[in-house]
Design a protein around this ligand. Structure first.
Ligand code: PEP
Ligand code: MG
Length: 574
């Protein structure tokens, strides 16, 4: 039995076998071969395996995401049958006596060079697919796993150095019991994903775990205490299963009241919204009892696509989501890439400090071709609904003015084209940079609402990278410095009659509920899974008591003292 300590990033207990994710090395050597027929047969075998994998991927994505997202694998299947490409590869093997790996990459590279020189957007998109499918064939030729989840065939605790957003898009979620990563912090992608799936997760576990653990080792992952125990004894397993059951019972009790409003015992109501990234999550959010969407992370729509989504494609996605919500508010956040979020088909300039570089609104203002189709799609889809548009990563008032100007350009264009646009669209910004918090009084004059992004607000306030496990404890939104900024944002917005929401991970923390309530937050937005639990916590609190409590908690010296004060003052909610 061996115990590893990490950072608790998503609550819950998982008990089961380990599955380790390894990054594949797909380097190979160029070789002459003596038997071209045998080599061609070897190539054909790799193609057959790849076809089977693509068919499986198609079914998995269709089942777990939706049919549209699965289509990409169907298109890749067709590419494997491309007669021109196959003929070129055959020629290189047969005539030049070159090994399959080199023949494949030679043919694919010249095929791609040809289509890229055509400067056609559709064909450029095809080049990405061809590269992707070639990589799959290459892995099969080299006999290595390409998908980090290949071989995952039973519900398991996933152990990895790190898990990229693109990896999780192809993961069969029904086979994941929890996540444990060497890297990452409480607001990293894997943390957000684990919480939205209601799974336990621990980060910053230390790289030893990759050497010490083996696939199928039995383990307990404790997302409440940030622990991973390998080869636990029976006593520990029994205890873990007992705690798992208690949590399940509590969750199902909370779910019974998921649709009741969040009204405190002294009748103060706050709005409970959801953070989502696609249509499937929109449906889950409704079932979880949300009253609207506080954060539609549109970059996930871009990340799940293999090309820059067109205005029409985006229109359909936004329309489908808005239709689910009728007249309930939906806050669409414009594309927030840069930092740790990248688009494979959109080359961003390399930056020394990406989190301090062209991220969010900065990038979109620099490349209006990224955001204009999105704004036009959103404005069109808004008709007959209650859509709000929100800009991320605002640091300066000039950015808000430029973004509003872009919206008004799109309005005018659409009007001219005769498209009906809803006149009631509200415009807001995320407050996630300390500079924005400190000029909140000025920014409030420019917009209809704020939403506080505590994930970034914490990393920028404490100068602690949110994805770096070694500073994860420091990058806490419970730090009094962050709480004081939240207080200022709310006071400044309310002075001008503007509403304030919060869509960072702090909103789903039960320990944060009394603080945020006492600070006067109007709207809590969180992953759908957390909604019933947070509603239940808020219903047990008194607004008046929490207002008094906030005055003392803001005097605490550090995050640990803040949490301790909450636990001591509100024992009933834990
Ligand atoms: C945040 O920064 O708090 C936020 C909600 O945005 P994201 O996590 O997508 O950066
Ligand atoms: Mg953010």
């Amino acid at each position: 039995m061996k115990t590893f300590n990490g950072i608790a990033i998503s609550p819950g207990i998982a008990v089961g076998p380990i599955f380790k994710i390894r990054k594949a090395d797909i380097s190979f050597q160029r070789k002459s071969i003596s038997n071209p027929q045998m080599e061609w047969l070897r190539y054909q075998e790799a193609i057959a395996i790849t076809k089977k994998q693509l068919e499986d991927l198609y079914s998995i994505i269709k089942r777990n995401v939706d049919e549209k997202d699965a289509e990409i694998f169907h298109a890749q299947l067709l590419m494997l049958e491309d007669p021109d490409l196959n003929e070129s590869i055959h020629q290189i093997i047969e005539v030049d006596h070159i090994n399959s790996e080199s023949a494949l990459m030679d043919a694919v590279n010249s095929y791609i060079a040809n289509i890229e020189s055509l400067q056609d957007e559709y064909l450029r998109g095809r080049a990405i697919d061809i590269r992707d499918v070639a990589k799959k064939v290459l892995c099969n030729l080299l006999n290595i796993k390409e998908s980090p989840f290949d071989g995952l065939c039973q519900p398991s605790i996933i152990i990895a150095d790190d898990i990229a957003p693109s990896d999780t898009a192809i993961m069969d979620k029904s086979l994941v019991l929890g996540f444990c990563t060497v890297k990452g912090g409480a607001t990293s992608h894997v943390a957000i994903l684990a919480r939205s799936m209601g799974l336990a997760a621990v980060a910053g576990i230390g790289s030893d775990i990759l050497n010490v653990s083996e696939d199928n080792n039995m383990a307990i992952l404790d997302g409440d205490q940030g622990l991973l125990v390998i080869d636990p004894d029976n006593h520990l397993i029994k205890d873990a299963l007992f705690r798992q059951n208690i949590a399940i019972i509590r969750q199902s009790q909370n779910r019974l009241h998921a649709n009741d409003p969040a009204v405190t015992i002294d009748k103060h109501k706050v709005e409970i919204f959801a953070n989502i990234g696609n249509e499937k999550e929109a449906k889950e959010a409704i079932i979880a009892g949300c009253e609207g969407i506080g954060l539609l992370r549109t970059e996930f729509i871009y990340m799940q696509s293999d090309h820059l989504p067109t205005e029409q494609e985006q229109y359909c996605i936004y329309k489908n989501i808005l239709d689910i919500f009728g007249m309930k508010p939906v806050i669409l956040r414009t594309l927030d890439i840069g930092g740790d979020k990248k688009l494979p088909y959109f080359d961003l300039p390399k930056e020394e400090n990406p989190f301090l570089g062209q991220r969010g609104i900065r990038l979109c203002l620099a490349y209006p071709e990224l955001i204009k189709p999105q704004l036009r799609a959103a404005l069109r889809a808004a008709n007959g609904h209650n859509l709000h548009i929100m800009f991320p990563m605002v640091a300066d008032i000039s950015e808000v003015k430029a973004a509003k100007e872009l919206i008004s350009v799109c309005y005018k264009e659409l009007n001219k084209e005769g498209t009906l646009i809803s006149p009631s669209i509200k415009i807001g910004i995320m407050i996630e940079i300390p500079a924005a918090a400190l000029i909140a009084d000025k920014l409030a004059k420019e917009v209809d609402f704020f939403s506080i992004g505590t994930n970034d607000l914490s990393q920028y306030t404490l100068a602690a990278d949110r994805t770096n496990a070694s500073v994860a404890n420091l990058a806490s939104a419970f730090h009094p410095a962050v709480l004081k900024l939240i207080q200022k944002i709310i006071i400044d917005a309310h002075a001008l009659g503007k509403k304030v929401g919060l869509c960072g991970e702090l909103g789903s923390e039960p320990e944060a509920a009394p603080i945020l309530l006492g600070l006067g937050l109007d709207e809590f937005s969180m992953n759908p899974v957390a909604i019933p639990g947070i509603k239940s916590v808020l219903r047990q609190l008194s607004f008046e008591n929490t207002q008094a409590f906030v005055n003392s908690v803001l005097q605490a010296p550090d995050s640990a003292s803040v949490k301790k004060m909450v636990r001591e003052s509100f024992p009933q909610i834990f």
